[in-house]
Design a protein. Structure first.
Length: 432
């Protein structure tokens, strides 16, 4: 027998993440809103009526797995490409196969991993084949398809958003791996929690960590019991038992927020590090910084919001662990910025009045006269176009019951002192 003709079982060489890849939707963990029992994807698979779609989400959340499940269940010809390693030649070959399949009455599904890596011209090449039904395109991307996928191609696909897996999802996957692949090995329960906390919702990362841990500690398979202490040793750092949904989660984000509010960059950096090193989702932290920029700084330094939003974008672009320095920059900037809660207080007061006066009509002079009847009723009558008056008039904009109300009251901090002067000048101009 020729060695190269032998049917060799290579399953022993597959990484754990590949061994644990689900084959059916019932075996799939997480993403219930996308693949739940009443979901459109499940209905498409069950009826074998697949349409073009794009899976958008972070690494290790099931994008490729979903495509492979579709491949297993469909009667179509299924082909897979990676935009990282494939070029025009491979794409054209599949187009030719798809055209032949279509002439024979058979559908062709093409799965393109990392589809955002194809440039505009390469993406354009898919358009006519998707449009005339020669191929059913399934793309996977970690980048926002609104920016990275051509609008023409995007309009012909349905985008499904996949989110980072929850800690509970990861623990379920890890325990399933122990049962199926390592049935004779036991492991401390805390180990599942630790791995789930540090993998940031990435199942592949979690399974790779578990596999590396087991291979490192068990050696030739003699050891049967794995401990938390051994896991921390393998990870080469102290791993925090940090519940992202529990009390410590809220304690730390509160400490971060209040340290920045107190203009203490050292404490703020410390609590930021506590959260990130324990496995907190950096996007969650970035979202809280965006809120802080307006709630606690506002017009005292309007650039604070720009910094916070830029930090969120940086986190999205480069991910962990590199994004930690981007968040550190934003946290220090927000900490040393002048503080004002005038926007926060002002909006709360306005919201309270808005609820109490929900039936208060908008003044007639502020309404647009869209019809003849509107004009007859006085809509727009008395309106003063501010640009004709140097940008400000004495026109009353609030309803009569709130005529002299002041919601935004700037402080003397930072740029708000200048805003104070502007508002004073505007009042004087109105009187004139």
């Amino acid at each position: 027998m020729n060695l190269f003709d032998m049917d060799i079982d290579d399953s022993q060489f597959k990484p754990l993440a590949d061994k644990m890849r689900p084959k059916t939707l019932d075996d799939f963990v997480g993403q219930e809103e996308v693949v739940g029992k009443d979901s459109s994807i499940r209905k498409m698979i069950d009826s074998d009526q697949i349409s073009s779609m794009i899976f958008w989400g972070p690494p290790g959340v099931g994008k490729t797995t979903l495509a492979k499940i579709i491949a297993e269940k469909t009667q179509s010809s299924f082909h897979e490409l990676s935009a990282v390693t494939s070029g025009v030649k491979e794409v054209k070959e599949i187009f030719e196969i798809a055209k032949y399949n279509k002439s024979m009455g058979k559908k062709t599904i093409l799965f393109v991993d990392e589809i955002h890596r194809f440039n505009k011209a390469q993406q354009d090449a898919f358009l006519p084949y998707v449009e005339n039904g020669t191929i059913i395109l399934i793309g996977a991307t970690t980048e926002n398809p609104s920016f990275e996928v051509n609008s023409a191609l995007l309009s012909r696909t349905k985008v499904y958003v996949l989110h980072s897996l929850s800690k509970e999802n990861i623990v379920t996957i890890l325990k399933r791996a122990m049962e199926r692949v390592y049935p004779t090995t036991s492991i401390d329960e805390d180990c599942f929690e630790i791995i789930a906390n540090i993998c940031n919702g990435d199942a592949r990362n979690a399974l790779n960590t578990l596999e590396n841990f087991i291979n490192t500690v068990t050696g030739k398979g003699k050891k049967k019991k794995l401990t938390k202490k051994e896991l921390e040793s393998v990870l080469q750092k102290k791993t925090f038992l940090y519940d992202k949904n529990g009390e410590e989660h809220y304690n730390l984000i509160s400490a971060l927020h209040k340290s920045m509010r107190n203009s203490d960059p050292d404490a703020a950096l410390y609590y930021l590090a506590r959260m990130l090193e324990a496995g907190e989702d950096p996007k969650y932290v970035a979202r809280r910084l965006v809120r802080f920029a307006s709630e606690d700084i506002g017009m005292a330094n309007a650039n604070a919001l720009v910094q916070a939003v830029s930090a969120y974008q940086a986190v999205t672009f480069i991910g962990i662990p590199e994004c930690n320095v981007n968040l550190a920059q934003a946290v220090v900037y927000l900490s040393v910025s002048p503080k004002s809660n005038a926007l926060y207080v002002g909006y709360d007061a306005a919201a309270s009045d808005a609820i109490k006066t929900a039936n208060e009509p908008v003044p007639l002079h502020l309404r647009n006269a869209e019809t003849k009847l509107d004009s007859e009723l006085g809509y727009g009558k008395g309106y003063k176009y501010a640009h004709n008056y140097g940008g400000i008039t004495d026109m009353q904009c609030l309803p009569d019951s709130l005529k002299n109300k002041k919601y935004y009251v700037p402080t003397n901090h930072g740029n708000e002192k200048s805003v104070q002067e502007i508002l004073k000048q505007n009042e004087q101009r109105k009187k004139k």
